[in-house]
Design a protein around this ligand. Structure first.
Ligand SMILES: [Zn+2]
Length: 351
C-alpha cells in the first residue's frame, strides 16, 4: 500500500512516501481503506519523538481518518465490509478500572492512532472495531477526516468537563486551530457568547463569518483587559486553552470569579508562569481534558449529524505531497484542518 511514513525520528527529511505492507485485522479489529486523513500537532510531536514512547520504524503517522471498512477481524459484530466510517483516534484497553467505568480516555494504557500504533497516512489502516463511527452523511470525505480528533476534544472540554451552558461567555484562544474552531462551532450551538483571539486580521474576519460574537487581535492588545471590557469587567465563564505557555496567564486573568479554564494541550510550551493567587482568590477551576470517552464520541457524532456541523478544511494535499502538509502545520498559518487526500477519488485543493 502507498504510505507517508517516518524513516526515523527527526525533521521533515525523515518523512518518506513509498510502499509498505498492508495490515491484516487482528481479532476484534477491522481494516479500513482510507479515503482521507488529517494532520494534527500531534503528528509533529511524533515525527520528532515523544519521550517514553518507542516506535517501530518505519512508522505511519496520522490520528484522523475516514474511509470504508475493508475487512473484519474475528469476532467483530455490527459492521460490514463497505460501511463508510470515521475513526475515533483514541485506543484503550477496555479492562482497567477507568475503561470499565466508561471513562476510556482515562485508560491506564490509553493511546492514539498514529502515536502509539500505525496511523492513517496510508491506504489501509488497522483499528479496533470499537474505534469506528458512522460517517455523517452531510460531510465530504475530506470533512469527515478533518473532524474526529478536534471535535471529540472540544466536545469533552466544553460539554463534559466545563459544562458550558447557554448564556455563558467563553474565550477561545488562537482561532484557526482545529480545536478552537470546533469549540467555536459547539459553543455557538449551545447558545454561549463567544470571544475569539488571533494575531491575524484575516482569521478574525473568518471567525466572525463563522459566528464568533467578539474578536480580539492579541498582537496589538492586552487580551485580558479587552475581555474585561467586553464583559462589564466580569470576565468569561469558560476559557478554552490549547496553547499553554503563551496564553496561560491571560486565561487566569480573563476568567470570571468561579470561572473554569479547560485545557487540552500546550502547543506553545507546557510550563507557563502561574499566578496561584489568582486561582484561589478567584476560586478558578482548572480542568484537564484529553480526547473523549465512548459516550463523548457517540454524543459528539450525534451532534455533528443533527446540527449538521461542518469542520473547516484549510487545504487538501495529495498523500504523496504529505511533507508539505506537515510543514504547513508547523508554520501555523492554516485556518482549519489540513487534510491528506489518500484515495484518488478525493480531490486535492492545494493552491
Ligand atoms: Zn483501560
Amino acid at each position: 500500500m502507498r504510505a507517508l511514513y517516518l524513516r526515523k525520528h527527526g525533521e521533515f527529511d525523515e518523512l518518506a512516501y513509498g510502499v509498505l505492507p498492508e495490515p491484516e485485522p487482528m481479532p476484534g479489529e477491522v481494516t479500513v481503506a482510507v479515503k482521507a486523513a488529517a494532520l494534527n500537532h500531534l503528528d509533529l510531536f511524533v515525527l520528532r519523538g515523544i519521550p517514553g514512547i518507542t516506535l517501530e520504524m518505519p512508522h505511519v503517522g496520522g490520528a484522523d481518518g475516514a474511509g470504508v471498512v475493508a475487512a473484519l477481524g474475528e469476532g467483530v459484530r455490527g459492521w460490514e465490509v463497505g460501511d463508510e466510517v470515521v475513526l475515533n483516534p483514541g485506543v484503550w484497553c477496555g479492562e482497567c478500572e477507568f475503561c470499565r467505568s466508561g471513562e476510556q480516555s482515562l485508560c491506564v494504557r490509553f493511546g492514539l492512532l498514529g502515536e502509539h500504533r500505525p496511523g492513517t497516512f496510508c491506504e489501509m489502516v488497522r483499528v479496533p472495531a470499537a474505534s469506528l463511527g458512522r460517517k455523517p452523511a452531510h460531510l465530504s470525505w475530506s470533512e469527515a477526516a478533518a473532524f474526529p480528533l478536534v471535535y471529540l476534544t472540544a466536545w469533552r472540554m466544553l460539554m463534559k468537563r466545563a459544562q458550558l451552558a447557554a448564556g455563558e461567555t467563553v474565550l477561545i484562544h488562537g482561532i484557526g486551530g482545529g480545536v478552537a474552531l470546533a469549540a467555536l462551532a459547539i459553543a455557538r450551538r449551545v447558545g454561549a457568547r463567544t470571544i475569539v483571539t488571533s494575531s491575524s486580521a484575516a482569521k478574525l474576519q473568518r471567525a466572525r463569518a463563522l459566528g464568533a460574537d467578539e474578536t480580539i487581535d492579541y498582537s496589538s492588545s492586552d487580551v485580558a483587559r479587552e475581555v474585561r471590557g467586553l464583559t462589564g469587567r466580569r470576565g468569561v465563564d469558560v476559557v478554552v486553552e490549547s496553547t499553554g505557555a503563551a496564553t496561560w496567564m491571560t486565561s487566569l486573568k480573563a476568567a470570571c470569579k468561579g470561572g473554569r479554564i479547560v485545557t487540552c494541550g500546550a502547543t506553545t510550551g507546557p510550563q507557563p508562569a502561574e499566578e496561584i493567587r489568582l486561582i484561589f482568590w478567584n476560586q478558578l477551576s482548572i480542568l484537564g481534558s484529553t480526547m473523549g470517552s465512548v459516550a463523548d464520541w457517540k454524543a459528539m457524532l450525534d451532534a455533528v449529524s443533527r446540527w449538521e456541523l461542518r469542520p473547516v478544511v484549510d487545504s487538501v494535499v495529495p498523500l504523496e505531497r504529505g511533507r508539505a502538509a506537515y510543514e504547513r502545520v508547523e508554520h501555523g498559518s492554516q485556518f482549519g484542518k489540513i487534510v491528506l487526500a489518500v484515495s484518488s477519488d478525493v480531490a486535492a485543493s492545494e493552491e
